[in-house]
Write a protein that binds this ligand. Structure first.
Ligand SMILES: Cc1cc2nc3c(=O)[nH]c(=O)nc-3n(C[C@H](O)[C@H](O)[C@H](O)COP(=O)(O)OP(=O)(O)OC[C@H]3O[C@@H](n4cnc5c(N)ncnc54)[C@H](O)[C@@H]3O)c2cc1C
Length: 453
């Protein structure tokens, strides 16, 4: 066991305490194989790109999977790649790109591990075409605390396969996995930015944009009021026919070396930034060629940018609401944030499609997903987040657990009514702080004897 430093085992939001104790992957493997791991004592830790406490176990230890990062095999005909769970997505991209392959699903950062991407069943800008990351997993190797190593796929240990995808690390330790990559004509993307004046215009454009493009996502100027309310840019893209196959193991040119003592992404800065961004990006409706790093991972360009939020960090709120409720619920969510006077640095709106995930618990579902980032201002921010939860659940939607650091257990249960099926398959040695404050709390409440009359 090692004492963990804040930088090495934190969560991306920096609003929850980092892990105090960590155990290297090899020692955790030996412990699990011996069958001696204590109940609730472990949780896998990929690269800490989850925003809250789903990759933390404050009562136990996190298992540092990063040293386990070998690419084991790659079939340049089929695009199937097998790697250790701690391999980073950027390394998988760099390995496969020269052969004309790219992951079918990538989140907004390439600094996630293979295990973390599976455990959260992450989604990308092409959910409408490719579904989630889990849709492209051929098989995975899972180590359980009874010492067993199981190969899991749709045909072998299928119940564990489905529970581990999107299972937030609760079913055991993923040691390695095999995924199917997608053949692409090049890594470059031909991108188009279309301005929309309000959310009504966005909703009118979104369906057709999905039909015509591999990638589609919108940025909303959350702070604009009056006539500009709900304005933004719809980005669409497709891999370029003739372009680069060269991937670099991304190194950020810029970094935020220390955490400033205050939040630098304040309302005044954001108002100016948003107006400038909309003008610059939307200035021409013509398609333009973008490198894959800039198109998929723009925020990776500045290392540790989350530190700009200052010592209290940030909260991210990601909701999804059904298509039928979206025209009412999405404006209501944005209006609640505006009314509360809280500026979201990054406001992203996307339509999820209906490609089913193999996962037992998976956040994406048909409808529209809205992501907002808020500086942590204490009580007032927590009140706003609770209001966003309320609007989401009333609209029949769900709140994303791996972006969360504070949702109430009832919100989680309403978002994932099937959570007990994951609890039934949870490995007893594995528990996260998120699961302890949501699912376990519900479990205790349900099993508590009725109060005496
Ligand atoms: C800038 C930015 C952009 C993002 N954009 C998106 C996006 O577009 N779409 C999206 O879906 N997400 C997005 N995310 C969230 C991120 O993709 C996920 O949280 C991802 O799962 C983090 O992976 P990680 O390797 O850092 O894992 P961690 O955050 O360390 O862990 C994630 C989960 O995986 C479990 N885990 C990790 N490794 C293992 C293992 N070997 N065995 C078992 N369990 C394990 C952990 O216990 C935890 O529950 C973004 C995050 C950032 C910072």
């Amino acid at each position: 066991m090692v004492r963990a430093g804040a930088e090495r085992f934190g969560s991306f939001g920096l609003a929850t305490p980092p892990a105090r104790r960590a155990i290297p992957a090899d020692k955790a493997i030996a412990l699990l194989q011996s069958g001696a791991a204590r109940p609730g004592s472990l949780i896998g830790y990929g690269n800490g790109r989850s925003y809250g406490d789903s990759c933390q176990n404050h009562a136990g230890m996190v298992v540092d999977m990063r040293p386990l990062n070998r690419i084991r095999s790659f079939d340049a005909e089929t695009g199937v790649i097998e790697a250790d769970a701690g391999a980073l997505l950027c390394d998988i991209i760099a390995h496969a790109a020269p052969y004309g392959f790219f992951p079918a699903v990538v989140p907004g950062t390439q600094f996630v591990t293979l295990g973390g991407a599976i455990a959260n069943d992450v989604h990308g800008k092409n959910h409408h075409r490719r579904g989630t990351f889990g849709c492209h997993v051929e098989s995975l190797t899972l180590l359980r605390s009874d010492g067993r190593t199981c190969r899991c796929s749709e045909t072998s240990n299928a119940h564990l396969f489905r529970a581990t995808i999107g299972g937030m690390g609760l079913t055991g330790l993923i040691l390695s996995a095999s995924i199917r990559l997608m053949r692409v004509p090049s890594l470059d993307v031909v991108e188009k930015a279309t301005r929309f004046r309000d959310l009504g215009e966005f909703f009118d454009l979104a369906d057709a944009a999905d039909q015509a493009n591999e990638y589609a996502v919108a940025w909303v100027d959350q702070l604009a009021g009056g006539h500009g309310r709900g304005r933004g840019l719809l980005f669409t893209g497709n891999h370029a026919e003739h372009g680069s196959h060269a991937a670099s193991r991304a190194g950020s040119r810029l970094s935020v070396p220390v955490r400033p003592p205050f939040n630098m992404l304040n309302r005044r800065f954001l108002t100016v930034f948003n107006a400038a961004y909309r003008w610059k990006k939307g200035r021409s409706p013509d398609p333009r060629r973008a490198g894959y790093q800039g198109f998929f991972f723009p925020l990776d360009g500045i290392r540790d940018w989350n530190r700009l939020y200052g010592p209290r960090g940030l909260f991210q709120h990601q909701s999804v609401v059904p298509e039928a409720a979206a025209r009412r619920a999405v404006p209501a969510l944005l209006e609640a944030a505006r009314r509360a006077g809280q500026g979201s640095f990054l406001t992203v709106l996307k339509r999820f499609g209906d490609v089913p995930s193999p996962a037992l618990l998976s956040f994406p579902r048909p409808g529209y997903t809205l992501t907002l980032d808020f500086p942590n201002r204490g009580e007032s921010t927590l009140r706003l987040l609770a209001e966003l939860d309320r609007i989401t659940i009333e609209a029949g939607g769900a709140v994303n657990p791996y972006k969360d650091a504070r949702m109430r257990s009832e919100i989680f249960a309403a978002s994932f009514p099937q959570w007990r099926r994951l609890e039934a398959l949870r490995d007893p040695a594995f528990l996260s702080s998120f699961w302890a404050r949501t699912a376990k709390k519900l479990d205790v409440e349900c099993n508590a004897p009725a109060a005496a009359e």
